[in-house]
Design a binder for this molecule. Structure first.
Ligand code: NAD
Length: 296
């Protein structure tokens, strides 16, 4: 069993850290939220008083933070963990951030003799709780192999996308597609409802037809089609609109670097920015359904 430091116990990091405790690892946790830390302690984790306390004797440090600026700050900012990590530690950052930030932090740590992989995830809060996440890893072969020993306790599918930063590129491609599918699924469901169809029946039809996709099957945006999804729970996240808007910003940045055409992604980004401007930033991203369903 390994000694693991875990930073960021939010919607995703909380259940991920819980699975590491459940697997028998010795897990030391840190979050700005005392409540989140207390919950993990109740499950068997040890609380770190300050973030640098997660480093002491750790085989692995795992982070699950909101965005690039948090990851840069924690590792390479003023009094960052780069000053505290031991050379035998492998840092696994699971946050979704831009590839350049992953490479910046990765290079700084590697130059200091500390191994790093980016390992963003897919599978949502349900996947985090069930330990069935998909991890998309960027890093060298040795670090990828070492990371797997811990990632296997939080996920089901572990992919090696390439060098440091490659995990982030693959993750952003996936989330751009996810946003497009969520918007398209919402649009199609509402058109059916407008014509008098039952959304449960329409969902079943499309699930057995060529419109089948993950959002329709496992994360249906129309309330009361599925149980235990954000749309049937007042659009409580889950995966916040603010985080999807952040990911679409990263996708547009990536597209610009390679002059890739991403018209659907650009449209999805605009729709999610509109939701933010309407005050829905902290709702689940499936609340995009309301853009179509709320009529005067
Ligand atoms: P969240 O906002 O629920 O959790 C983030 C946590 O980080 C919070 O508990 C916050 O207190 C903590 N935090 C922020 N700054 C910190 C600091 N300086 N030190 C310590 N803790 C700090 O976000 P989330 O939904 O768990 O998402 C985390 C990451 O995972 C994001 O990059 C997101 O894009 C990605 N992601 C989320 C989902 C999802 O379904 N929610 C799915 C895949 C990937």
């Amino acid at each position: 069993m390994a000694k693991i430091g875990f930073i960021g116990l939010g919607n995703m990091g909380g259940p991920m850290a819980a699975n590491l405790v459940k697997a028998g690892h010795q897990v030391t946790v840190f979050d700005l939220s005392a409540e989140a830390v207390a919950h993990l302690v109740s499950l068997g984790a040890v609380a770190a008083d300050k973030v640098s306390d997660v480093c002491s004797g750790a085989d692995f440090v795992v982070s699950m933070l909101p965005a690039s600026k948090h990851v840069r700050m924690i590792y390479t900012g003023e009094d960052g963990l780069i000053n505290y990590l031991e050379k035998s530690t492998l840092v696994i950052d699971c946050s979704t951030i831009d590839a350049e930030s992953a490479q910046f932090v990765g290079s700084a740590l590697t130059d200091a003799g500390i191994a790093f992989v980016d390992a963003p995830v897919s599978g949502g809060v349900a996947g985090a709780a069930a330990g069935t996440l998909t991890f998309i890893v960027g890093g060298n072969d040795d670090d990828f192999n070492k990371a797997q020993t811990v990632l296997n306790d939080m996920g089901k599918n572990i992919f090696h996308a390439g060098a440091v930063g490659a995990g982030q590129v693959a993750k952003i491609c996936n989330n751009m597609l996810l946003s497009i599918l969520m918007a398209g699924t919402s649009e199609a469901l509402q058109m059916g409802v407008d014509h008098g169809l039952d959304p449960k029946v329409l969902s079943e039809i499309m699930l057995n037809s060529s419109g089948r996709n993950w959002t329709l099957e496992l994360y249906n945006p129309c309330p009361d089609v599925l149980e235990n999804v954000p749309s049937s729970n007042g659009y409580k996240p889950g995966f916040m609109v603010d985080l999807m808007a952040k990911d679409l910003g990263l996708a547009m940045q990536a597209a610009q670097q390679t002059n890739s055409a991403t018209p659907m992604g650009a449209l999805a980004k605009n729709l999610y920015n509109l939701m933010q401007n309407q005050g829905s930033g902290s709702e689940d991203f499936s609340a995009i359904f309301k853009l179509y369903s709320q009529k005067q």
